[in-house]
Write a protein that binds this ligand. Structure first.
Ligand SMILES: [Zn+2]
Length: 147
């Protein structure tokens, strides 16, 4: 019988089970994801194509929230136009992280929940200059935000 109190106590038991079996559940879920990789990729692709506008709008909202969380302006020149601000890996590990399978939504959620201290904001120009100076050493350029 599904009385409200039996549902509540079942949920409480399930919560206790999950807390006591975290590792077992983690391993089971990882196994499921691995065994059903193709199916899950197809479902995700199907969902994306059917809900493209919703997915992209959600991503825009997450990006803005993450940018605000990081102070909403370029660390170098102070530019505060969210459209031109980019996430900058302080130690230049962005490509390595993407190759290791980091997806943008997880990355943004980590920033929003303050789990990332290695990320800061730079405008596109300062980020480009940063990249070039890592590659060639100090260059005779500077970026200024005239506002
Ligand atoms: Zn800048």
């Amino acid at each position: 019988m599904n009385t409200p109190s039996s549902v509540a106590s079942r949920r409480a038991r399930q919560k206790i089970y999950r807390e006591n079996n975290r590792e077992k559940i983690r391993v089971q879920q990882a196994g499921y994801r691995l065994a059903n990789r193709e199916k899950r990729l197809a479902q995700a692709s199907d969902y994306y194509h059917k809900n493209r506008e919703t997915v992209l709008s959600h991503l825009r909202t997450l990006r803005e929230e993450a940018k605000r969380k990081l102070g909403g302006k370029c660390r170098n020149c102070g530019c505060d136009d969210l459209r031109v601000l980019e996430f900058n890996h302080a130690n230049g590990d962005g490509a390595k992280e993407r190759k290791a399978g980091m997806v943008e939504t997880r990355f943004l959620r980590q920033i929003i929940s303050e789990d990332r201290s290695d990320i800061d904001l730079k405008c596109r120009l300062c980020n480009a200059l940063d990249y070039l100076e890592r590659k060639y050493g100090k260059l005779p350029f500077s970026v200024s935000w005239n506002r």
